[in-house]
Write a protein that binds this ligand. Structure first.
Ligand code: PGA
Length: 259
């Protein structure tokens, strides 16, 4: 099995004040010291500078929650990938289900954003996932395949070389309902198989995160699955103690596989 370092990413969504995010970031920065997992926080863009000042010298990485498809120009209200890069962002969450449903982002736009993020020298965290209706209609595989195909169409399998995929069942986001470790693993395996069938090396090194009500209590069982390489955390990422407990659960999977 490829050696995939787990990634625990906090998606802070539209939360916090300049003061509260600095407090949260510094607690995470001190707790993440020495952990054998990659730790990432994604504040809103206007908080990046404050958060960077706190995490800049720590192992905690910085990411953004969205970016424009375009690189520059007449796009009032947008933030470009190159602008985010200037704030030391290394990752950008792309195609989160809230962006797809509330802001009507299509898979084609999401695919374009992936390429824009990569061109700016950062790694997209491509979110995919089915709604409850789609799961009940047994369309999980088709929905995920279509979301991945949109990226394959514009970027080929090579686009997955510098990419993280986050499987986030829409029905599990912010609901307290989590996919069971087996349910999540089954979809993660599908994603990996699809990419591996095109390029085994890219498929086996691709990190696939689970997102959707991951918390300290269920992290170890999810992260213990063969194809779950980390988590994209919403609610539990707003509390440093809960978030760090998830980071520690991820780190202990690394220690277990090394021993
Ligand atoms: P949640 O959010 O952990 O609050 O379910 C996850 C996400 O939206 O990325």
């Amino acid at each position: 099995m490829a050696n995939r370092q787990p990634l625990i990413a906090g998606n802070w969504k539209l939360n916090g004040t300049r003061e509260s995010v600095v407090e949260l970031a510094s607690a995470i920065a001190s707790g993440a010291e020495g952990l054998s997992t990659e730790v990432l926080v994604c504040p809103v863009s206007v908080h990046l500078s404050d958060v960077l000042a706190v995490v800049g010298k720590s192992p905690v990485r910085l990411g953004a929650q969205n970016c424009a498809e375009a690189e520059s120009g007449a796009y009032t209200g947008e933030v470009s990938a190159t602008m985010l890069k200037e704030f030391a962002c290394e990752y950008v969450i792309v195609g989160h289900s809230e962006r797809r449903s509330l802001y009507h982002e299509t898979s084609e736009q999401v695919a374009q954003k992936c390429l824009t993020v990569q061109k700016a020298g950062m790694t997209p965290i491509l979110c995919v996932g089915e709604t409850l209706e789609e799961r009940e209609a047994e369309q999980v595989e088709a929905v995920i395949a279509a979301q991945l195909d949109a990226v394959l169409k514009v970027g080929n399998v090579e686009a997955f070389r510098q990419m993280v995929v986050a499987y986030e069942p829409v029905w599990a986001i912010g609901t307290g309902k989590t996919a069971s470790p087996e349910e999540a693993q089954a979809v993660h395996a599908l994603i990996r198989e699809k990419i591996s069938s095109l390029d085994p090396e890219i498929g086996s090194s691709l990190r696939i995160l689970y997102g959707g009500s991951m918390k300290a209590e269920n992290a170890a069982s999810l992260l213990g699955q063969a194809d779950i390489d980390g988590g994209l955390i919403g609610g539990a990422a707003l509390d440093a103690t809960s978030f760090l407990a998830i980071c520690e659960a991820a780190a202990s999977t690394v220690e277990k596989s090394a021993s």
